[in-house]
Design a protein around this ligand. Structure first.
Ligand code: AMP
Length: 492
């Protein structure tokens, strides 16, 4: 399959050649023709799969076909959970739309000065990429008009819901025309996402290129058990001295942890820096720029700050602290193995954290192979977490390669009709029947409410009020993200 067969305008095809894309990825092949036909889509695709082009190319196709659009207003609106992702989507838009004359893209995100955004919004905007919180501010001040939106994209919709953006999204969607096309991209399409889609999409086609349980085939994952913090540091030092290492991203659970570790690594001679929500945007942009220019070898980051980072030189993703939520594991390791490269993902854990490993393994549907590094073996024997529960394989004493014993697909968590194969699946959603039920435990509210708790215990039906995460993520107006703060409370 080539891009020519997908029905895209020549102006886009020539830009793709310039970008060096020779063939569409699976998610692009599955989504682009259906989006061009005008369907609403709900798409589950892994991070790094080329999902941005999957929604942006069909969205730009309308603009490319009708060049006389000056003064029409915002035609494409993309909502993203974080600033970094918004910036990347805007960069990708400029690249894919490079041959559309005078295409104007604006970015409206929290934590940035209003000046440049006000200026951008005072001019014609064709493509607007925004985080929900800041867009609401502009919307309420009537600085932006969304009545001309033709394509609405909800990118990483699951993450936006986790961050408590549901009410903002509802307000924004209500400001767009009902005849718009809506493209929803999300790591999962279950539960709250399905309910959101029911409310905001019209008979969407459901596309699952690969479920989260079969992702990251190009990333080799390893689990390294450590006895204590000192042992973890020695393991990290060993991993970072791998001669095959190009660039590494190391994840910590707290902002202070990221700073401390980056300082320590710098003292040890690594070219290292931290990235987290307490840094202002200029610092973050500068750090990401250094990473992109390969002037930084090791980035120590928190989950929120690292979300969406797309740097092809990242050969190693290292979980120095475990993620709060199992799905963050997927996002973390997805920072390596970008654009078809292979990548290595290491997870450092103490034995007392085995239950967290088990949750991650159940989420990804496979064991993370436990390994040991010669001379840095843990004193305790690692017991398998995932495979012994499945009754496959006996515990081994130590491992110097990926552990065997994992055969078939896991059976839990699999929904009827859920596809894990690589083959895209289209499924006509049954027509809307009645109002979706969004009730709290007391059945009081008809609106969905989401909290920030890890999804493996209670996503969705919690009765805590939704929170605006953007300001917390930015760490400018209010300090500290919930996830990061929770760890601090736990004394970490
Ligand atoms: P995304 O999933 O949209 O973040 O894309 C991940 C990376 O894949 C980005 O660096 C894109 O530039 C790259 N990419 C997207 N589509 C293609 C393609 N068809 N061929 C090669 N690289 C691609």
């Amino acid at each position: 399959m080539s891009f020519e067969n997908l029905g895209l305008e020549p102006k886009l095809l020539s830009a793709l050649v310039k970008a060096g894309f020779s063939a569409p990825t699976s998610v692009q092949e599955a989504s682009i023709p259906k989006a061009l036909e005008g369907h609403d889509l709900m798409v589950s695709a892994q991070t790094g799969s080329g999902k941005t082009a999957a929604f942006m190319l069909p969205a730009l196709n309308h603009i490319a076909r009708a060049p006389a659009n000056k003064g029409r207003g915002v035609q494409v609106l993309v909502l993203t959970p974080t600033r970094e992702l918004a910036m990347q989507v805007a960069d990708a838009t400029k690249s894919y739309g490079a041959h559309i004359p005078d295409l104007r893209t604006a970015v409206v995100v929290g934590g940035m000065p209003y000046g440049a955004q006000l200026k951008a919004l005072s001019r014609r905007v064709d493509v607007l990429v925004a985080t929900p919180g800041r867009l609401i501010d502009h919307l309420q001040a009537r600085r932006v008009n969304l009545s001309t939106v033709r394509t609405l994209v909800l990118d990483e919709a699951d993450r936006m819901l986790d961050m408590g953006f549901i009410e903002d999204i509802e307000t924004i969607v209500a400001a767009t025309p009902s005849e718009r096309q809506t493209l929803l991209f999300s790591a999962t399409l279950d539960g709250t996402i399905a309910r959101l889609a029911r409310d905001m999409l019209k008979e969407p086609l459901r596309i699952e290129v690969s479920g989260h349980k079969q992702k990251h085939a190009n990333i080799t994952q390893s689990l390294l058990y450590a006895d204590d913090a000192g042992h973890k540091l020695r393991l990290l030092d060993h991993l970072l001295r791998d001669t095959n290492l190009d660039q590494a991203i190391v994840f910590t659970s707290t902002k202070r942890g990221a700073d401390d570790l980056a300082n320590r690594l710098s003292d040890q001679g690594f070219s290292a820096a931290s990235l987290h929500g307490d840094m202002n945007q200029r610092q973050r942009t500068r750090t990401l720029g250094l990473l992109q220019k390969r002037r930084l070898q090791v980035l120590v980051a928190t989950d929120v700050a690292a979300r969406g980072i797309d740097v092809q030189g990242i050969s190693h993703a290292i979980n120095y602290d475990l993620p709060m939520q199992p799905e963050d594991y997927t996002h973390r390791i997805g920072r390596t193995g970008r654009a078809g490269n292979s990548g290595l993902a290491f997870t450092l854990a103490t034995h007392s954290e085995r239950h967290k490993i088990r949750r991650i393994e159940h989420f990804i549907g496979q064991p993370i192979p436990a390994n040991v590094i010669e001379g840095l073996e843990p004193t305790k024997t690692a017991r398998p977490t995932y495979s012994d529960r499945k009754g496959k394989g006996k515990p081994r004493k130590s491992f110097d390669g990926p552990r065997g014993g994992f055969g078939g697909k896991p059976s839990y968590g699999r929904k009827n009709g859920e596809s894990w194969g690589d083959k895209p699946r289209f499924e006509d959603r049954p027509g809307r029947s009645g109002k979706p039920r969004f009730e709290d435990e007391a059945g009081r509210s008809s609106k969905p409410r989401f909290d920030n708790k890890p999804s493996y215990d209670s996503r969705g039906d919690a009765d805590r009020p939704a929170r605006r995460f953007e300001d917390r993520v930015d760490g400018v107006a209010r300090k500290g993200g919930h996830a990061e703060r929770s760890y601090a409370h736990a004394g970490r």
